[in-house]
Write a protein that binds this ligand. Structure first.
Ligand code: ZN
Length: 268
């Protein structure tokens, strides 16, 4: 029998056991999450294979500001798109991270996602660092004020086709980061600090192609942390990972949490 053909399942079970040990011994665990943790909740991976940005050009800020037709099309899409996103439920992967925080094991989540599913799963909002902003808020592009997305949706449903800022009249957009836009500075600083302080960085469902997320594993390593990567595909930084697990996030993380409970029960 060809050894290699019988390897993958064994590898994945072994890798889950090693990941469970690693997380069990961690004192300052930080998770870095990307689109892959939310696909099981029905949120599309915009950049992944078959993602909408393969067939459609990603939105850019200049066009949005200068073109009223772009704004109208944007808000028309959002009137159906936002309720869909708001209805999405956390999956086993999000719930596992909420359990890890409740057990006092998880220091912070740095996320590239804008869906708010970590907070919905029960992670404390001040421990979820949203690198790309949040679709649950809308930002005025003129004065920077932010508004609740549900309140803006209510205005749309009441007949405003292109809602504007109530304070300054400026154009509004989802409080998320577009291509070519800088990342929110404060979030970036908090994320960097968390990654420098962690003893284990667990990357989940990120292809680690987009900066600055792509740089975080190397920064964690330089500060002495172990790096574990859980993703459906390989990533450009797999080479520096202490542990790499090719798997769907939800089932793998649920297995880790179950394993930790067993460990805890054995020790208790
Ligand atoms: Zn404004």
């Amino acid at each position: 029998m060809d050894d290699r053909e019988s390897q993958p399942e064994m590898d994945s079970r072994e890798a889950i056991a090693r990941l469970t040990d690693l997380i069990g011994s961690s004192r300052r665990l930080v998770a870095l999450t990307g689109a892959g943790i939310s696909t099981e909740s029905g949120i599309p991976d915009y950049r992944g294979p078959g993602g909408v940005w393969e067939s459609r050009k990603p939105p850019v800020l200049g066009d949005f500001l200068e073109n009223p037709a772009t704004q109208l099309a944007y808000w028309e899409r959002r009137i159906t798109g936002y309720p869909e996103l708001a209805a999405a439920r956390p999956n086993a992967g999000h719930r596992a991270l909420a359990s890890l925080e409740a057990q006092g094991r998880l220091m912070a989540i740095v996320t590239q996602n804008i869906d708010g599913l970590h907070q919905k799963a029960g992670n404390r909002p001040d421990r979820v660092i949203e690198l790309h902003g949040s679709a649950h808020r809308v930002r005025c592009l003129a004065c920077g004020r932010q508004f609740d997305s549900a309140a803006i949706l209510a205005r749309q449903l009441a007949g405003e086709s292109v809602p504007h800022c109530k304070v300054c009249g400026g154009p509004l957009r989802s409080a998320t980061v577009l291509f070519g836009e800088p990342l929110p500075k404060i979030e970036l600083e908090i994320a960097l600090r968390a990654v420098q302080q962690c003893d284990v960085l667990l990357v989940i469902g990120s292809s680690l192609i987009v900066n600055p997320a792509a740089r975080l594993p190397a920064i964690a390593k330089r500060h002495g942390a172990a790096v574990a990567i859980l993703n459906r595909t390989t990533t450009p930084v797999d080479g520096i990972a202490d542990l790499h697990l090719l798997a769907e996030a939800g089932p793998a993380l649920a297995a880790v949490v179950a394993g930790l409970e067993t460990l805890g029960a054995d020790q208790g």
